[in-house]
Design a protein around this ligand. Sequence first.
Ligand code: NAD
Length: 348
Amino acid sequence: MNVYRYGCIGAGGIAIHKHLKGYDALDNVEVVAICDVSEIALENIKEQYPNINTYNNHKEMFEKENLDIVSVCTPNKFHKEYTIDALEAGINVHCEKPIAMNEQEAVDMVEVKNRTGKHLMLGLNNRFTNEASFIRQYIKDGNLGDIYYVRCGWRRRRTIPKIGGWFTDKNLSGGGPLIDLGVHFIDLTLHFMDYPNPVSVSASTYKKFANSHCKNLHLPKGIGDYDYNIEDLANGFIRLDNDVTISFEFSFAMNNEKEEYFYELFGDKGGVSFKNGQLKIFTEINDTVVDIIPNTKYPTADLNEFTHFIEVIEGKTTCLSIPEDGIKMMKIIDATYESATKKKEVSF
Ligand SMILES: NC(=O)c1ccc[n+]([C@@H]2O[C@H](COP(=O)([O-])OP(=O)(O)OC[C@H]3O[C@@H](n4cnc5c(N)ncnc54)[C@H](O)[C@@H]3O)[C@@H](O)[C@H]2O)c1
């Protein structure tokens, strides 16, 4: 059995709760090193993984640790640089979403992936759930017929992540709920349809909570002392080259009834709805309309993202979360922000 040497760049929330935990649970992976610019973050990791080697510089980590796999779990601004440096150093990369800050960065990353022959997988964990696996196959089998309309969104009422930190600074994040949440659910609906190309995007973004004194936002003291230059709501309309249209809404904060996340795909034979974790199918059997509730507790375990990447590296399977899809996703995100700024539709 091959044992893979694993390292991580970025020692924050997603590194701890997803990547380190996920890889540490595998028998054929040894979690050996972590890199972060924050000493506090590294000390925190040391408490949980006493044998891990810590670094402030990713290149030093690459030189000393002979890594086979590295996760990139930093603020979005650094995804491109660390991914490219790792690929160039001969290391396979599991990069968190969004792939990058914009389409051009994603193109650059894929170019290096292709040139080096190393693997680059995106951390789109929603693709690995039982629900997503089920819907993808259900659609592939023709059960929805001709899909023509899609709705998706994630409408948070009061959950702006780390206000005053990198999430609310466009220079580090690339944007707000669109690039943070939209990359999950717009991506999923495109993934279900084998990633058609976007034709045009018409969108709006709003920034209404930057100067709010609402206590529920848990604003830090000294409001106004930090950058909050992202949108808190993005909504829009995408046309695809398979004649499907997507209507979307993503918010970190808005005065809605409660948080909701959802996607719906409508075809001429059936429809699929996933709302707040509940999957439903609407179709007809023998001229009777029926609602079906798939029991997605079985199989009991979702497809494991980490095992999957190892199998990709070993050539046993094709990658479920390829960076080429990230290029198309970023094209939509770029066009959304451009359309919102210009207040008109952007066509490709
Ligand atoms: N897949 C998901 O559902 C999901 C969920 C949350 C976050 N994410 C993604 O994971 C990434 C990290 O998010 P997070 O929630 O862990 O953020 P976080 O703020 O909790 O952690 C980021 C870490 O990166 C470190 N860092 C900052 N600049 C750095 C640099 N230049 N070099 C090295 N380290 C640096 C910080 O010190 C911090 O420890 C983001 O891209 C985010 O979009 C994905």
